[in-house]
Design a protein around this ligand. Structure first.
Ligand code: NAD
Length: 291
């Protein structure tokens, strides 16, 4: 089975290295020359175009920044896909876009699965990601040996777009937890409890989450801020949650405040900053008033 990866940024390049290491080398393409060069330097096959990559692939993995890039890339490669090929979109994209692409694939003889992931570049590199699948179950079953190399956990959430809907809901909770745990630590510190101690208490109690158990010790209290997931991408995910709520007329009153915190952070934190910076003292919620 020939695998191609379209989009070799933080996640795509880590998946390519993971597949090469586990005996399933993938060919790679990225619209950014330096990214292609990096993949060639790492020993990956880099064909002459995105269409050439698609033409040679039985499975084409997408790892692109947003739904608009997925649409652009698919417009470029759809005509080159082999009959029976599968497209696995690991980007955090939009359910409606995945539904259109799945329908187009069904007409043209290829299959489109939405397969967004979490776990960051480290999870992609180590094959420990979680993948949320939407689309044809038989194709997902056929790809199981490949998916096993990429993700330690998989949940098939439903039909086309279901994976992306679930991923947006997941990241909505992650965004909320980052903002809220930062506020909880600030509240504790104001009452004289050091952040590390407060976090230890929360993680022994019912307020804990992946954010309090992983992000705060690893990237925030350590001062590392090097998770490989950017502010720009998380602000995109927050906007996707708001848009999904609007499109389905689902009120999200609690999330509105969280979304405002992320939107306002653009004044202090550029798109390429680490997303954990939202919780850096002086940068996150209330940061503008208390530097
Ligand atoms: P990234 O910006 O590092 O990489 C995206 C790559 O896509 C870039 O190299 C860019 O040049 C390339 N690209 C853009 N348009 C293209 C096109 N039309 N054709 C070919 N290449 C194109 O982003 P990333 O951090 O690797 O994230 C990729 C996706 O995975 C995003 O949707 C993100 O939300 C999601 N995601 C990221 C993480 C993380 O921790 N980084 C975790 C989970 C999910």
């Amino acid at each position: 089975m020939r695998v191609g990866i379209l989009g070799c940024g933080n996640m795509g390049s880590a998946m390519a290295l993971r597949l090469a290491e586990t005996g399933e080398p993938a060919a790679c393409w990225d619209s950014f020359y330096a990214a292609r060069q990096r993949m060639a330097d790492a020993g990956m096959e880099v064909p002459e175009s995105a269409a050439a990559l698609a033409e040679a692939s039985d499975v084409l993995i997408l790892s692109l920044p947003h739904a608009a890039a997925v649409q652009t890339a698919m417009a470029e490669v759809a005509g080159a896909l082999k009959p029976g090929a599968a497209v696995l979109d690991t980007s955090t994209s939009e359910p409606a876009v995945s539904q259109v692409l799945a329908a187009r694939g069904a007409e043209a003889g290829w299959t489109f699965l939405d397969a967004p992931v979490s776990g960051g570049p480290a999870g992609a590199r180590g094959g420990t990601m979680t993948m949320l699948l939407g689309g044809d179950e038989a194709t997902a079953g056929r790809l199981a040996p490949l998916l096993d190399r990429l993700a330690a956990k998989r949940v098939h959430v439903g039909g086309p777009g279901a994976g992306h809907a679930a991923k947006i809901a997941n990241n909505m909770l992650c965004a909320a937890n980052l903002a809220l745990v930062a506020e909880a630590l600030r509240l504790g510190e104001a009452a004289g409890v050091p952040a590390e101690k407060l976090l230890e208490g929360v993680n022994a109690g019912s307020g804990r989450s992946a954010v309090s158990e992983v992000n705060f010790p690893r990237w925030i209290l350590s001062g590392a801020y090097d998770s490989g997931f950017t502010m720009g991408l998380m602000r995109k995910d927050v906007r996707l949650a708001e848009a999904l709520g609007e499109a389905s007329a689902t009120p999200l009153p609690a999330f509105e405040g969280v979304a405002r915190v992320w939107a306002d952070s653009a004044a202090r934190l550029p798109d390429d900053a680490d997303f954990n910076e939202i919780a850096r003292p002086g940068k996150g919620p209330g940061g503008e008033t208390k530097p």
